[in-house]
Design a protein around this ligand. Structure first.
Ligand SMILES: *Cc1c(COP(=O)(O)O)cnc(C)c1O
Length: 360
């Protein structure tokens, strides 16, 4: 293999159980959108069934259908909006949808669709959802037309994973607005807490579910959260090693010049695999547990590192390279790229390998 992501399923399960314990009477919706943050939605959903997860969330209809077609029978909610022409298929697959406009509510009613809907209310994210005036209109329409398929309500927090009094105040306001929502009798599912909410705001909400996204992988607020375990490690291998015969410019754009005698290794992964270009000339990767600085720009399929003296005699072609894993907080800070983007940006050519602690 030239590049792969190791997903530690024991640590995933550890994290889920920790969330379940801490959330007490609230159950967990596992957010497995974007192919489970790049780690494989089908495989991870199957793992999550083992710890009693009975509700999944995705972003698109295709993602929902992929889970259904791979045997996931549990509840699935599409968090993003959905277009009118997709509704029929969503209903056929028994997928829950986010209801975000009166126009779509009317469309659903007029076409006699029985699709299960969660009302998305706007409390401060400024993305999709009903504002407070629209909510009254929705309630009126639902009553007048005796609509029964509105079974959930939710909202999304925009700064629950950020620190400071201002963000705390804002998030508490959002949660309060959510808590006050009532007046639709058919609602069974109420959910507001995302990963930041789970870590920082437990007990404030009147939900009966929470939506766990990146915290499943132990991450919140740009680092591995206290008491959680890392799940993700991005790895590659040494493809080529050389000692420079003269002072040399390295890679596209000649952004690094190295002295004669420097030992340089070429690693078999590039930005097309999701190994971000922002690390060029800034960060390090680990070979034999030693930091090796990235020299020159990362290419589409490869990049170069300088080999420090301490491993010059040890390194050989084929050796494993750790790109980012437990140190993802530092790596993401060096690159100024969020961990969400690092996870979801892993390319198609990269294998996903599932390991547990016994394999280690
Ligand atoms: C993506 C998403 C989540 C999960 O977010 P995390 O920060 O990863 O927990 C939860 N709810 C909604 C509506 C989302 O779009």
């Amino acid at each position: 293999m030239r590049a792969w992501v190791e997903v530690n399923t024991d640590n995933l399960i550890y994290n889920i159980k920790k969330i379940q314990n801490e959330m007490k009477d609230r159950k967990v919706i596992a957010v497995v959108k974007a192919d489970s943050y790049g780690m494989g939605a089908v495989k991870l959903s199957q793992e999550l069934l083992k710890c009693g997860i009975d509700f999944f969330a995705v972003a698109t209809l295709d993602e929902a259908i992929e889970l259904r077609e791979n045997g996931i029978k549990e509840k699935i909610l599409i968090l993003g909006g959905i277009f009118d022409e997709e509704l029929e298929l969503a209903e056929k697959y028994d997928i829950h949808i986010a209801l975000t406009s009166i126009r779509q509510l009317k469309f659903i009613h007029e076409h006699a669709l029985k699709i299960k809907c969660h009302i998305k209310i706007e409390t401060g994210m400024g993305r999709v959802g009903f504002n407070k005036n629209e909510i009254e209109e929705v309630k009126k329409y639902i009553k007048e037309n005796n609509i029964k398929n509105i079974i959930g309500v939710y909202t999304h927090l925009s700064v629950s994973d950020e620190f400071g009094e201002n963000n705390k105040f804002y998030t508490e306001k959002q949660i309060e607005k959510f808590n006050k929502f009532d007046g639709i009798d058919t609602i069974e599912y109420r959910h507001v807490l995302n990963s930041g909410g789970i870590v920082n705001y437990k007990g404030f909400d009147k939900g009966n579910y929470v939506r766990a996204g990146i915290i499943q992988y132990g991450v919140c607020s740009g680092k591995i959260a206290d008491g959680y375990k890392p799940v993700f490690t991005f790895k590659s291998r040494v493809l080529f090693i050389k000692t420079l015969a003269e002072d040399s410019d390295i890679s596209y754009g000649r952004t690094a010049t190295l002295k004669k005698g420097t030992v340089l290794a070429t690693i078999s992964v590039g930005y097309a695999d999701g190994f971000r270009r922002e690390i060029s000339n800034k960060g390090c990767v680990k070979i034999h547990n030693v930091d090796c600085p990235v020299r020159g720009k990362v290419c589409m399929d490869m990049f170069m590192v300088e080999i420090p003296n301490e491993i010059k005699d040890k390194i050989s072609v084929g050796d494993e390279v750790i790109l980012y894993g437990e140190d993802i907080d530092k790596q993401s800070a060096i690159m100024n790229v969020s961990i969400y983007e690092l996870f979801t940006g892993i390319g198609k050519r990269v294998k996903r390998v599932y390991v547990n602690n016994k394999d280690k």
